[in-house]
Design a protein around this ligand. Structure first.
Ligand code: TXD
Length: 317
């Protein structure tokens, strides 16, 4: 059976890490596309030479020619500029829409049957634009943001409670923006509700809520926190790993329930927009949206986040 083919459109910070992660996990042969001459070729040659050390046999090909993505099973799009300190993700919509228009045409032409995972920011708008231009069915176009946001939330909780990150289950909903919705009610440590553990640690509910509110706020601003430190770009290790979870669930038909930016057809009261919700990802891409009842406070936060997504998408040409 032939190996899967994974195309990475954008060979920058995230694209380069993705290429190495895909190779080391032998998820498939990798084609790394970028418009910069030589850079994707150089990164692929370098990663290929990791093979004897790490023990992988997939092939890696760097290219500046879309024809090389022909027949890809999955295409991952990181093409686009990242934020600089002081910028919001939404500030990127003009320049990255132009880039996404080119990228989507390339995918439509050379990989018309592929699954597409979009990473470029502003994520909710870029995944929308990619679907509009490719015309792909919505089960084959997915945005990555919620796994990263949930991972950040889980990390803060694990560090606060002194437990393994592996035992924290955290969930975020909504847009990949400052209005994202960390769902405290569904966040637990080894199944124990996180607020119960915080109240036990601090001995009172008020302090526990104060600590949780600070972690929720840090989660919402976590992207900007990294940008402010790096100064030259945005987070790339964590978005790359988050994307790998989606890629593996599709390629291996794992049916994982992951927070992904997917097209909603009425779920959570949203119709016709891509929004972050718990999603079953398998061989058919988006196989199911896992819907559940939000309480009044959660619904209000979700409505606010969705309104921000609608406003941003409304600015797309
Ligand atoms: O989780 C998430 N969804 C977000 C996504 C998390 C962090 C960063 N997020 C966004 O991903 C970020 O705001 C950017 O919009 C993308 C890519 O971030 P990265 O850090 O990888 O940016 P780089 O290092 O600048 O890489 C972008 C590459 C670069 O090599 C350019 O040459 C290339 O994109 N590029 C293009 N490739 C193809 N086609 C065109 N037109 C093009 N223009 C630039």
């Amino acid at each position: 059976m032939a190996r899967k083919k994974i195309a990475l459109i954008g060979g920058g910070q995230i694209g380069g890490v993705l290429a190495q992660l895909c190779a080391q996990r032998e998820l498939g042969d990798v084609v790394l596309f970028d418009i910069v001459e030589g850079m994707p070729q150089g990164k692929c040659l370098d990663i290929a030479e990791v093979g004897p050390v790490e023990g992988f046999d997939v092939s890696l090909k760097g290219t500046n020619n879309y024809a090389d993505i022909k027949g890809s099973d999955v295409v991952i799009v990181t093409a686009g500029l990242p934020r600089k300190p002081g910028m919001s993700r939404d500030d990127l919509i003009g320049v990255n829409s132009k880039i996404m228009s080119q990228v989507a045409e390339g995918i439509k032409t050379y990989a018309p049957n592929s699954f597409v995972i979009v990473i470029s920011n502003p994520l909710d708008a870029m995944v929308t634009l990619c679907q509009r231009i490719t015309g792909f069915p919505t089960n084959r176009i997915i945005g990555q943001a919620g796994i990263l946001d949930s991972a950040r939330f889980a990390a803060f909780i694990a560090w606060e409670l002194g437990v393994s990150v592996r035992d924290v289950t955290a969930m975020t909903l909504g847009g990949h923006g400052d209005d994202m919705v960390p769902l405290i009610r569904f966040t637990s440590v080894a199944g124990i509700p996180v607020m119960e553990l915080l109240e036990k640690k601090y001995g009172n509910a008020a302090k526990a809520k104060e600590v949780m509110d600070a972690m929720v706020n840090r989660t919402r601003k976590a992207g900007g926190e990294v940008v402010a430190l790096l100064k030259t770009g945005s987070a790339f290790f964590s978005p790359a790993s988050a994307t790998l979870a989606m890629l593996e669930s599709i390629l291996k038909d794992q049916k994982r329930v992951l927070p992904c930016c997917v097209y909603l057809n009425g779920e959570f009261g949203v119709k016709g927009y891509f929004v972050g919700v718990p999603t079953v990802l398998g061989a058919a891409g988006v196989e199911k949206v896992v819907e559940f009842k939000l309480n009044a406070e959660e619904q209000a936060m979700m409505d606010k986040s969705v309104a921000a997504v609608k406003e941003l998408v409304g600015t797309l040409k």
